[in-house]
Design a protein around this ligand. Structure first.
Ligand code: SF4
Length: 78
């Protein structure tokens, strides 16, 4: 379902987030913990407000937002 939240509608989109009720630690997996990351990404994939989340994620440097990991070195750490 596409995000139909109008621009400037504040933070109300968070109330419709698919991650509500799940363990927040899923969105902050340890390095190379692909199982946890994939669980979070699967939830994000069916989130009705993923577009609003993606816009908010531009300010974030850690965690999984809108199904994408925001910690750049996570994938390149040996
Ligand atoms: S896209 Fe993912 S992190 Fe963002 S609100 Fe939806 S479920 Fe939560």
């Amino acid at each position: 379902m596409p995000d139909q939240q109008p621009a400037g509608a504040g933070m109300d989109w968070r109330q419709r987030a698919a991650c509500i009720g799940h363990d927040p630690e899923l969105w902050f997996p340890k390095p190379r913990d692909t199982t946890t990351a994939e669980r979070a990404e699967a939830i994000c994939a069916r989130c009705p407000v993923i577009n609003a989340c993606r816009r908010a994620a531009k300010r974030e440097q850690h965690g999984i937002w809108a199904g994408r990991h925001r910690f750049a070195s996570w994938e390149t750490t040996p």
